[in-house]
Design a protein around this ligand. Structure first.
Ligand code: NAP
Length: 439
């Protein structure tokens, strides 16, 4: 840690949506933030690429610089809000190497290079804060790291991507198709010109990786996170979910359980569209909001809800970290490293137990239900509920019926084999919908 504990110099890297808000609020609220920190907080500069670009909040031009390296060397606290992997990674390593504490909102960088950055911080006794990296304004990192440090988290289910929640919510509330809902998200600025990272679940997978690592005291590699996006979710699936009292959400699920193949305790981290009852607390997360549901052994279920994006909203979490960093400078002592003591293995998806909701169109003739039941029992998957709805006419002119079957918890691999066997069975006209169920 650097010498001057009482008048702390803060450098902000990035003056975009979040960076401009953070810098502006640091200038406007310096006295109040200083009182809360027990230290003076001076913004010494904001590193950007283009000195002439328009900023979303007023910033004195003399604070802007394109020389991030020089800025870092003068700072006690470095706030990285550039995004992306490079040069953010190198600059954070430089900042930590110089003894500065670092605050970042960069989920992509933490998911890919978290262990390297945390090791670098631990080596010099500096601290790396990242409250804004998951669910922006919602306090979730500090509760998991500090408030629940005396408990044992068993499961987290999070709506951690506002764009996909907005799209699914529009499909649910207005009956829109996926394409129409995406177009609306784009028009309103909730989706980027290239929405791939959001709609294919990459962004949620990065956040799931961060949450799982933190909650289960284990460095979970990003490549161990199973990921499915929402591009295949159809208006028909949304309508069927509604009829059965469910809603479809893209969930990041982090679970501590046992690998059914090895019997060893491990961590399952997965992102996929999920059917949840409309009465579940997560079903109440509408629009672009985020929500994180945490289950802990002693605390029981806890729910965190709020804005998962936005310049001012994200700045709130970033500034909270700046105050924490300043307090640590005042108090002194080494930074507290990330706890990876549990070092649990990742559980492959096939060894995880899931409940499935399967819709299929079948021939409406005697013996069909017995044939379907046999497919389930052959694969060791037991049926929890079965609903049959009105008959129609299939392509061949014969009568058909729709079955919606919900299974009990069964191995993912068995569930997939069951669906394949159903699709190949002569009494089945087609499998129209398969979704995992939670809650
Ligand atoms: P942004 O609007 O794209 O801003 C990025 C800023 O970094 C810009 O000011 C840009 O400079 C600067 N920059 C980029 N590369 C640079 C380089 N090589 N050298 C100097 N400056 C460089 O991004 P943002 O939305 O504020 O996001 C920042 C971080 O917060 C990201 O990690 C993001 O994932 C995270 N985050 C954002 C939100 C949100 O709602 N936006 C929410 C949670 C977390 P110019 O302005 O000159 O181009």
């Amino acid at each position: 840690m650097k010498d001057n504990y009482r008048d702390l110099r803060v450098a902000v890297l990035g003056g975009g949506t979040v960076g401009a808000q953070v810098a502006h609020r640091l200038l406007e609220g310096a006295a109040e933030l200083g009182s809360r920190s027990g230290a003076g907080l001076s913004l010494i500069g904001v590193a950007v690429r283009d000195l002439t670009a328009e900023r979303s909040a007023p910033l004195p031009s003399e604070l802007l610089t394109t020389d991030a390296h020089s800025l870092i060397l003068q700072a006690d606290i470095v706030v990285e809000l550039m995004g992306g992997i490079e040069p953010a990674r190198t600059l954070i390593l430089e900042a930590l190497g110089s003894g500065a504490d670092v605050v970042t909102a960069n989920k992509a960088l933490l998911a890919e290079h978290g262990p390297e950055l945390f090791d670098a911080a631990a080596r010099v006794g500096a601290q790396l804060y990242y409250e804004a990296a998951v669910a922006a304004a919602i306090p979730i990192i500090r509760p998991l790291r500090d408030s629940l440090a005396g408990d044992r988290v068993t499961k987290i289910m999070g709506i951690v991507n506002g764009t996909t929640n907005f799209i699914l919510d529009q499909m649910d509330s207005k009956g829109l198709s996926f394409d129409a809902a995406l177009a609306e998200a784009t028009a309103l600025g909730y989706a980027e010109a290239d929405p791939t990272a959001d709609i294919e679940g990459f962004d949620a997978a990065q956040k799931a990786c961060i949450l799982s690592s933190l909650a289960f005291h284990t460095a979970v590699p990003l490549e161990d996170v199973y990921r499915e996006g929402i591009t295949a979710v159809s208006a028909e699936q949304i309508e069927a979910a509604k009829k059965s009292g469910h809603v479809i959400k893209l969930l990041a699920i982090c679970e501590r359980s046992f690998d059914t193949a090895t019997g060893r305790e491990g961590v399952s981290t997965r992102v996929h569209p999920t059917l949840i009852p409309r009465s579940h607390p997560l079903a109440a997360a509408h629009g672009a909001n985020n929500a994180v549901y945490v289950d802990a052994e002693a605390a029981g279920p806890l729910m965190f809800y709020g804005a998962g994006a936005g310049g001012a909203e994200t700045a709130s979490a970033v500034l909270g970290d700046v105050v924490s960093a300043a307090r640590r400078h005042v108090a002194g002592g080494p930074g507290v490293g990330e706890s990876t003591h549990a070092d649990l293995p990742s559980i492959p998806l096939d060894h995880v137990a899931s409940r499935l909701n399967i819709s299929l169109v079948v021939k409406d003739q005697p013996g069909v239900l017995a044939a379907i039941a046999r497919v389930f029992s052959d694969h060791d998957v037991s049926v929890e509920t079965l609903h049959q709805s009105a008959s129609g006419e299939g392509a061949s002119g014969s009568e058909t019926a729709t079955l919606v079957i919900q299974t009990h918890s069964a191995l993912e691999a068995r569930g997939r084999e069951t669906v394949d066997a159903l699709a190949a069975n002569p009494v089945v006209v087609g499998v129209t919908n398969v979704l995992r169920v939670e809650g």
